[in-house]
Design a binder for this molecule. Structure first.
Ligand code: LLP
Length: 432
């Protein structure tokens, strides 16, 4: 059930998002077009801010994982709604700072940060760097010394939890490229190393167990493993962590048959488990950070396309080819994920066919979905693909030198361009 999206059908039979006619948007801004319900984004942000404040220990805070959708407008929304920011590159950090997010509210992640990026982050006065391994730790110690700073850090550790999501986003198990494993004993040695360094200030630990997590179970388990680890660290070194960052991963519903989880309840249950473990170990409750990305923007996004061709292969499939595809939404090509789509011109009609929704790129694998139920698709129709707010624009490419679509945000029933459409000149602008 895609219950969060403010979708409706108006008198003309057209799909509306946040009360705005999608056909009018397609006409005004052209297609492909990313539409983002800003009211909904802000309300998701508030849900996290409130739940963390209500249930988690004092000083806790949600950070928006900007990798899900990063542009200045989104960074501003996060700041205005009281969230910090998680960034993973100089590009995301630059965008956040340019949008006026205070550096102190930002946490910098990544398993392969360059010296240049680390220098930039330290010079900006970034709140936290989540350190992914010992070499990076040494590098930060040296760079902070040069900058005359003492850099606040978190150590990224892997708790060895499998939340049963798909492999590309499964980050909590031990044999992954992220973090230093707890179960192998390496995380403890990593911590001892950090504590001996002069130019880093260890604030606590970070873990991220995966994406598209539908219930509180994996988060409760993460709290168990992390608090067990924190207790062991304290026993061995006398160090008490003041921050515990549990990462993101809150699921959204991509299809009608799925139900979006209640993230407030997941947070409540994780907080309850944290209080239990802190009580058991006599550990002062650390401030908790969470890093939701997908659940902030995912369901608020709809992509509009125009049908260019409809082709039926006798005894084969019907292909509905649109003016976008894997260049603006590579998720099906990458992960085989499913998105719900509909013909926006006749949004109230029951689908009467299923089709392969094909993109415009020169490869057969460029599909947005297969077996997609649609109502009588024909050339010129507007196709709306739902729940595309997360990891669409942020993973878009210029494959085939196709310019990337703009983003229009809808607030109080009014559209506002927050990212303009790329032009072919933009695409060729870096060529020498
Ligand atoms: N924090 C860290 C350290 C992460 O690695 C991630 C996601 C998040 C937070 C946010 O997770 P979320 O709440 O959005 O699930 N491109 C893939 C998703 C990759 C997620 C990578 N890390 C997709 O399209 O499904």
């Amino acid at each position: 059930m895609l219950h969060q999206t403010d979708l409706a059908v108006n008198g003309a039979g057209h799909l509306t998002v946040g009360g705005v006619d999608t056909l009018a948007l397609a006409r005004e801004y052209g297609t492909p077009l990313y539409v983002l319900d800003e009211d909904m984004v802000r309300s998701r942000m508030r849900v996290y801010v409130r739940a963390v404040k209500a249930y988690m220990p004092r000083g806790s805070r949600p950070l928006y994982a900007s990798k899900a959708l990063c542009c200045k407008a989104l960074c501003r929304m996060a700041r205005e709604e009281g969230m910090g920011l998680d960034v993973v590159s100089a590009g995301e950090l630059y965008t956040a700072l340019a949008a006026g997010v205070p550096a102190g509210d930002i946490c910098f992640h990544g398993n392969a940060k360059t010296a240049e990026e680390l220098r930039y982050a330290i010079a900006s006065g970034i709140g936290y760097i989540a350190v992914d391994g010992e070499e990076e730790l040494e590098r930060i110690d040296v760079l902070a010394a040069v900058a005359g700073a003492r850099q606040r850090i978190l150590l990224r550790v892997t708790p060895g939890i499998d939340p049963h999501t798909f492999a590309a986003v499964n980050t909590g198990v031990v044999d992954v490229k992220f973090g230093v494993p707890i179960p192998t004993g390496q995380a403890l040695a990593f911590t001892e190393r950090a504590l001996g360094m002069e130019h880093v200030a260890l604030a606590g630990f970070h873990c991220h167990i995966g994406s598209q997590i539908f219930d509180a179970g994996p988060f409760r388990l993460a709290v168990d493993v992390m608090m067990g680890f924190l207790d062991r660290v304290r026993e061995r070194t006398g160090y008490t962590a003041s921050v515990l960052n549990l990462g993101g991963g809150f699921a959204v519903a991509y299809e009608e048959k799925e139900t979006a989880p209640d993230c407030g309840e997941m947070i409540r249950q994780a907080a309850e488990r944290l209080a239990e473990r802190c009580g058991q170990y006599g550990y002062p409750p650390p401030a908790v950070m969470l890093e939701p990305g997908r659940d902030i923007v995912g369901a608020a996004g709809v992509t509009l396309y125009t049908v260019q061709n409809v082709k039926s292969v006798p005894d084969g499939r019907c292909y509905v080819a649109v003016d976008g595809g894997m260049g603006d939404n590579p998720r099906y090509a990458l992960y085989g994920t499913r998105h719900t789509a509909l013909i926006a011109d006749r949004a109230g009609e029951t689908p009467d066919t299923t089709a392969a929704l094909a993109g415009r790129c020169c490869e057969s694998g460029d599909l947005i979905g297969e077996n997609v139920p649609l109502h009588s698709p024909r050339q010129g129709d507007t196709v709306a693909v739902l729940v595309t707010g997360a990891y669409n624009y942020s993973m878009a490419s210029n494959y085939n030198r196709v310019p990337r679509p703009p983003i229009v945000a809808l607030k109080d029933g009014k559209p506002r361009l927050i990212v303009r459409r790329e032009t072919v000149e933009d695409v060729a602008a870096l060529d020498l």
